[in-house]
Ligand binder design. Sequence first.
Ligand code: ASP
Length: 330
Amino acid sequence: MKPRVEIIALGGTIACRPDSGSGGVAPGLSGADLAAAVPALADVARIAARNLANVPSTEIGLPLLFDLVRAIRAHEADGVAGVVVTQGTDTIEETAFVLDLLHGGDMPVVVTGAMRNPTLPGADGPANLLAAVTCAAYPACRGLGAVVTLDDRIHAARWVQKCDTSSTGAFHSPAPLGWLAEGKAALYARPARRAPLPLPEGAGLPFVPILKPGLSDDPRLVHAALDAGAGGIVLDLAGGGHVHSGWLGALGAAVSRVPVVFASRTRGGRVLSRTYGQSGGEIDLLRRGLGGAGDLDALKARLLLMLLLMAGTPDRYCQLTDLSLPPGAA
Ligand code: ASP
C-alpha cells in the first residue's frame, strides 16, 4: 500500500487564478484543485488535500503557523508518512523555519510553492507539488525536519532564502540537502536536529522589529522601537556584524531593556565574533551584551527570538542560533 501524504494548502502563486478586478492573479484554487491537476501524485502516495487558508503568503502570521503545527502533529500521530504545505514563495524562508523550530517529529514536512502562476507558460507548480509529495513520502527524508523543495532541490528550512523575484531557480541555501529526479530523492547531507521549541500557548506576539542601518543612518530608530514597545530588536548589520559607532549609545540603552541580536545583511556566512576590534565592530557589540545571530539571517533570527520570547526563554538565543555547528561547538 502506498504511503499517506497530506497536502495542507495555504494559497500563494501555486494556487492563483485570474483576478478580474485587478487584472492580475490572486489565490483561489484549493489544495484539492492542486492535487487533482497532478494525476501522477497517485503513483507516489495516497493523497488527501485541504486548506487551512487561501491567501498571499504575506498574510500568513504566526497564529496560522501554530495551527499548522498542531495539524502536522495530529497527522504524525495518525500515522501519515509526510505532510506537504503549499503556500506563496514570498515568505517560505520564514514559515518553513518556524515549522522547523516547532516540529520535533521524524515525519517529513515539505514546504513548496510556485514561481510561475498556473496561467503562465511553464508554470512550475505541478512539478514542484509532485517533487514535494515524493520527498514527503520518501523514507530517507524522515528526520530532516522541515525542508523546502522547489526546482527539484531540497533545502533545509533553516538556511533557505528566496533570492530572486521571478526566476524558477529563486531558492538557494549554502548547501542544499539533496535533489529530486526520476521519482527519487537523493540526499547528500543531513542537518543536525535540535530539540523543538515549545508551541506557544496563549502568549501574545512580541513586537520584534528588524533595523537595517545604511550609511549615515539615524540611531533614533532604536529609541523609536523601544518607545513603540519592542520586546526585542534584530539588527541587520554590515559585513560580519558592524555598525557606525554613533549607534552605540542607543544600542546600550536598548540592550539594558530587551534582547538585541545582530545578523549580517550579506545574508551569507556567519556573523563574526573575534575579528574586528573597532568601536561598533562585532567584538565591541558582543562585549556590550548584544547577541550574534550565528548563521541565521535577520528574518530567521527575528522569528527565533520571537518564539523564545513567547516561551519566556530569550536567554536561550545563543544556544540555538549556531545551527550550522554541531551541538556544543558554538
Ligand atoms: N505573492 C506570492 C505569495 O503569496 C508569491 C508566490 O507565491 O510566489 O507569496
